[in-house]
Ligand binder design. Structure first.
Ligand code: UD1
Length: 419
């Protein structure tokens, strides 16, 4: 078992470069199953979810080589339409993209019920609804999802809930379908646009990604090509909030500043400086105690739920009382109990948490309950007075590339220790 040991009270300063987006990468890798050819995927984050995905694809006959840690070459010319390995697909959430991809390529998908961070109920009814609208039969039971179709025919899909996963799965299943598919009430997250851009680069005909309606004209086949994954908006936001929480001054490079607008607006409201140096570089500087703000998590372009916990750390030592309303996930405040062990004063009432700002956090032994909560606790440890141990690093390693090296380069005293 590994843990981080952090000696805190560091004001983070310097430059950090953002990796490729995890949530785009875990959709683009399975999307290569729709291609009959060789894809080179660049700017891939070097994280454990990607390693698992590559292993799963290999069991489906995909040939994968990794000339560099952030590049994979994926040869999907000889895909076998077997069941996805249940013991592997149950380990993480994004395995559900195998359903749309295998359905599109093989007209048959058998995939284990997706696992992933425990954020509350994570239904997949909208995914099933999308597949059924294209003519598939979907059965869920015995720990797996089975989707089959004699043929996929374009249809109209109206999602009842704005869902990133269902939007991407609906795109994946319809790219090779006969005719035109329209998907309404879709998610507009940057990684949804990135999947559409990847597929279009390989010959798909997808319009409207990033707006409320996506239209897909089915094509006969996709060809290989080279694609570079979009920078990770959530990783960039994590470092922006680390600057606020530690009263630091960080220049964040290789990000898309436009994607960070919902967060930049809140950080400015807190009294910190957000300076767009260029379209891909942003500086966040916080010299004073941040002001209290209220946050409501919403689908993009609202405030991202995945940045709720790092924001919670920043609000723990802000002036007055702040409020966060979590509208996407029902169990996303587990990190607040850990922050309270570090001296925070957070009171959770259902889907709303109240943060009464304290003067400072102090070092403690804490455990990550999910990926983003883990990153939040690392930031809390860097800001806190004293020594903090963060346990359950497997969550953090799922989604942050070289997190401790990146924080060390900004001045943090953080070590990975094997117990
Ligand atoms: C993705 C992200 C996750 C992020 C979330 C919201 C990946 C791998 N994960 O998760 O980091 O927190 O988007 O930005 O990209 N819902 C239904 N029925 C469905 C699907 C979803 O009711 O069939 C509900 C969920 O319970 C949740 C909301 O819709 O309340 C949003 O979920 P969704 O956008 O699908 O999240 P994920 O794709 O699982």
């Amino acid at each position: 078992m590994e843990k981080f040991v952090i000696n805190g009270k560091t004001r983070l300063k310097g430059e950090v470069s953002i990796s490729g987006a995890k949530n785009a990468a875990v959709a683009i890798l399975p999307a290569t199953l729709l291609v009959n050819g060789i894809c080179t995927i660049e700017n891939l984050p070097n994280i454990s979810d990607i390693n698992i995905y590559c292993d799963i694809l290999k069991t489906l006959g995909v040939k994968i080589s990794r000339p560099e840690p952030n590049t994979v070459i994926v040869d999907t010319r000889f895909v076998s339409c077997n069941d996805a390995p249940l013991e592997m697909t149950g380990k993480f959430r994004a395995s559900y993209y195998l359903i749309g991809s295998l359905l599109g390529r093989c007209h048959k998908a058998v995939v284990g019920m997706p696992g992933g961070c425990k954020l509350g109920a994570r239904p997949i009814d909208q995914h099933a609804k999308a597949f059924e609208a294209l003519g598939a039969t979907v059965e869920i039971g015995q720990g797996k999802i089975m989707a089959t179709a004699e043929k996929l025919v374009g249809g109209s899909i109206y999602l009842d809930t704005v869902s990133v996963g269902a939007t991407i799965n609906a795109i994946l299943a319809s790219v090779l379908a006969d005719g035109t598919t329209t998907i309404e009430n879709v998610a507009k997250e940057p990684h949804v646009v990135d999947i559409a851009n990847f597929l279009n680069t390989m010959g798909a005909d997808i319009h409207g990604a990033g707006t409320d309606i996506i239209k897909i004209n089915g094509v006969k086949e996709l060809h290989g090509g080279t694609y570079s994954i979009v920078p990770d908006q959530i990783e960039a936001g994590t470092f922006m909030l680390a600057a606020v929480a530690t009263r630091g001054d960080i220049i964040i490079k290789n990000c898309i500043t436009k994607h960070l607008d919902p967060l930049s607006a809140k950080i400015r409201e807190m009294g910190a400086i957000v300076e767009e140096i260029s379209g891909d570089t942003i500086r966040v500087c916080c010299n004073e105690r941040p002001k209290n703000v209220d946050i409501k998590t919403l689908p993009y372009p609202g405030f991202p739920t995945d940045l709720q916990s790092p924001m919670g750390v920043a609000l723990s030592t802000a002036e007055g009382t702040s409020m966060i309303a979590e509208t996407i996930w029902e169990s996303r405040f587990q990190y607040t109990a850990e922050l309270n062990r570090m001296g925070a004063k957070i009171n959770v009432q259902g889907k709303v948490a109240f943060f009464e700002g304290v003067d400072e956090l102090y070092g403690s032994i804490v455990s990550a309950s999910d990926l983003r909560a883990g990153a939040a606790l690392v930031i809390a440890g860097i800001a806190a007075n004293g020594t903090t141990e963060v346990h359950n690093l497997q969550y953090i390693d799922r989604g942050y590339e070289n997190i401790e090296e990146k924080f060390r380069a900004l001045g943090a005293d953080i070590k990975r220790v094997t117990e």
